[in-house]
Write a protein that binds this ligand. Sequence first.
Ligand code: BES
Ligand code: MN
Ligand code: ZN
Length: 504
Amino acid sequence: MDFQLKTLTVAQAAAEKSDVLIVLVGSAPLTSKDPLSVLAASARKAGDLPDKAGKQLGLYRPEDVVASRVVLAAIGDGKPASVRSGVIAAVNAVKAQGPKRVAIVFAQPTDGAAVASAVTAAADASYVYTTTKSKAEPRSIRQLIVGVADAAVVTGAFDTARAAVQGIELAKEWGNRPANHATPTLLAEVAKGLAKLPNIKCEVLGPKEVEKLGMGAFAAVAQGSAEPLRFIVLRYHGAPKDEAPVVLVGKGITFDTGGVSLKPAAEMDEMKFDMCGAASVLGTFRALGDLQPAINVVGLIPSCENMNDGRAVKPGDVVTSMSGQTIEVLNTDAEGRLILCDALTYAKRFDPAAVIDIATLTGACVVALGGVRSGLFTSDETLAAAIEAAGEASQDRCWRLPLDDDYAEGLKSNFADVANIAGRAGGAITAAKFLQRFAGDFAWAHLDIAGTAWKSGAAKGSTGRPVGLLVSYLTTRANGGDGSGKASKTKTPAAPAKKARSAK
Ligand code: BES
Ligand code: MN
Ligand code: ZN
């Protein structure tokens, strides 16, 4: 999908060549005298276009409009969340007719955050997965034109959103692929492909190297599978070499059967999504390659299957992690933390400014927060504030949960330094407490995306979250705007990421 930003009034948008024109109408009175604005104002007055985001009115061949179909879409207060519901409703209403060229115009003055929200919402609503269907019907929309009163003011936000969409869609694609089409080896190939983008490098380690590093916890999870594990190391260099990187660690379990502690059959297919943390790291690198922000980023992806097999790790087995800590594997289904703990230990070698791990880690987090917000865990206040702000800015929200040491009580083991599970209570938090033991030496945050990475039911599919949050966090940080103390690389601190490139 090709996005274009233009300076357009509603009158100019009416003259724009497109199959569908979506006019976003906010609460403020419409004062323009062009035919469409007048129509929208009278529809509003008559009660046919209620002032509530998501409400809409379809028009067919209205006079003096090039597009044969027009949707007047209410966006209420015009805030990013309202724009999102307005655009999603409008695109859903027209997509069945297979429009190729769609124009979206803001009827009132707007800002960068709202424009970014329109871009990501239009992409979300029109996304179609096709890879493993024999008669693929791809998304019809080829071109999306976004019209605003003054394009120059929102260019940075628009470019960031467009890049985020590329990343979100890469994450959706790999999240959605079934496990036999998304093996650890294939994920590593995706990472190698990303290394073709400017300033991105990739290195892939296999079973021998991982064993040599002493990653006994990661290797133990992988040992029950016929698919060889991969440890993917991605690097993006956008800042001077000596600047400490942000390290992203993504859980890459390409299928989670639970292992010997086998999961029930119902909905087990959804465990193909257990690599969505990994997919979000790949997607974020896709966006970095496009935006070239002034920051260094490392991506680490431990990837393997969690299978039940004659060689599989068994409940009670004690494994030695790369950190030297021994772990009693009381439940083989708590495998995510076992692969992540070794990746966290590996992260230390980069002397990171911050480490964020992203994982579909616990069913308990789904119970706690549902599919709306990801779980955020960190004891670093600066990092917490920056990640929360990035979630708000990108409409990819998270919610902070506690990390009191009392929650670690249940992880005690009689046979190892730590057990990989505690009781049922507070399961998302005890999982985070386990990880925290391996993240002692740097600023660390953990995002539990078990509830937000994919949707179940009729709309089953990957959401691409939290690529939006991560791209927002990294681009803001590149511009010195996250309270990290990193000096601004641009003349204007709030400058969009694109500007950072020209500043280098
Ligand atoms: N991948 C799952 C977490 C998960 C489960 C995500 C359901 C989304 C929906 C993870 O590996 C897992 O199995 N966790 C266990 C931990 C338990 C054994 C302590 C869980 O949440 O049940
Ligand atoms: Mn599991
Ligand atoms: Zn899992």
